[in-house]
Write a protein that binds this ligand. Structure first.
Ligand code: UDP
Length: 328
């Protein structure tokens, strides 16, 4: 696909995990991209220096300057803090960066006349849902400050649409995983809290990973999650930009596969790919972990014609492991 007239997309948080994957896919698809990132948690080397603008989201004037360099067709907004545990210790960081930062971004968009936004949201907006697979009609019920910060932004967006005509698509990710199949970018959080990179680390270092509880009411006692490949998430963002360009109204969509894997099943998939045992121990439950989180993503598949192509667990683990080896 090439994009006629090279539409320019502004990506916030483009030096982060999902943002850098999406930026590459946008460029592959023929878009022009400018990345805004303050590099507080992102990686400078993940972005072409000519495309990077090191600006803090709270700097509305700085954002207006970037938006005024050349006409921006749409914004994809990833920049946010994402660590659930940290959000329950220092919630002010989350409301400041995620909520006030988003407000500053939307203010700059209104001032420069940009009226299309794709927002990086999360399954954490649903908390501990009663009905699984989770539908978009499930009410907001976050159980941590991180999830609440995303709900607040989704709600702000509803008002910005009604009052300013800023249309948005909120993509509520389930468990983003894997790496660019071409090996260009992948996952690198510090500190790392996610299961799959921690399983890889245990293989590399021999230091056991702790599985957080094996006494849940699930078939093998460990928590079940819906792992979705980062490349498939990236393509959902591009489809969302296209849908907004085609005039689609604001909406929120779940982005998952509808298929869950337990912690032990993921561990087994890693062992099959790396060809050796993953050193591990069983520890206590992690506070706030729902036993089962699986998305119903029919709406995303139907409305935006999204087809996950890389989200089988073997491809997720293979691409993630290739990145892990490259990174280290
Ligand atoms: N998990 C684990 N040990 C770890 C990290 C995670 O057992 O060191 C479990 C966690 O309890 C959850 C699943 O792996 O059931 C996925 O956790 P992750 O932090 O990757 O994503 P989350 O579902 O919290 O967004």
């Amino acid at each position: 696909m090439t994009v006629s007239a090279r539409k320019r997309i502004l990506v916030t948080g483009g030096a982060g995990y999902i943002g850098s994957n999406t930026t590459l896919q946008l460029l592959d698809a023929g878009y022009d991209v400018v990345v805004v990132d303050n590099l507080s948690r992102g990686h400078r080397e993940a972005v072409d220096p000519a495309r990077l603008r090191v600006v803090n989201l709270l700097d509305t004037e700085g954002l207006v300057r970037v938006m005024s360099e050349a006409p921006v067709d749409a914004v994809i907004h990833f920049a946010a803090y994402i660590a659930v545990g940290e959000s329950m210790k220092v919630p002010e960081l989350y409301f400041h960066n995620n909520v006030a930062g988003s407000l500053s971004l939307f203010t700059a968009m209104i001032r420069t006349g940009i009226k299309k936004l794709v927002f990086s949201s999360t399954a954490a907006v649903y908390g501990m849902p009663e009905r699984v697979p989770i539908l978009e009609t499930e009410p907001y019920a976050p159980v941590n400050a991180y999830g609440e910060s995303k709900v607040m932004v989704e709600k702000m967006l509803q008002w910005f649409d009604q009052i300013h005509g800023l249309r948005s698509i909120c993509l509520r990710y389930f468990n983003a995983a894997g790496a660019d199949p071409a090996g260009r970018v992948g996952e690198s959080h510090e500190p790392e809290t996610h299961l799959i990179p921690l399983l890889f680390r245990a293989v590399r270092t021999g230091v056991p990973v702790t599985l957080f509880g094996d006494d849940y009411a699930t078939p093998d006692g460990t928590c079940i999650r819906d792992y979705v490949h980062v490349t498939d998430l990236a393509s959902a963002h591009i489809l969302a930009v296209e849908a907004l360009s085609a005039g689609r109204p604001s909406a929120g969509y779940n982005a998952g596969t509808g298929r869950g894997f337990s912690v032990k099943e993921v561990l087994q998939a890693v062992e099959e790919v790396v060809g050796c045992a993953v050193p591990h121990s069983i520890g206590p439950r992690r506070e706030g972990d729902p036993p089962l989180l699986v998305a119903n993503s029919d709406r995303l598949q139907q409305d935006l014609a999204w087809v996950p192509r890389y989200s089988d667990i073997t491809t997720i683990v293979k691409t993630g492991w290739a990145w892990e080896l490259r990174k280290n």
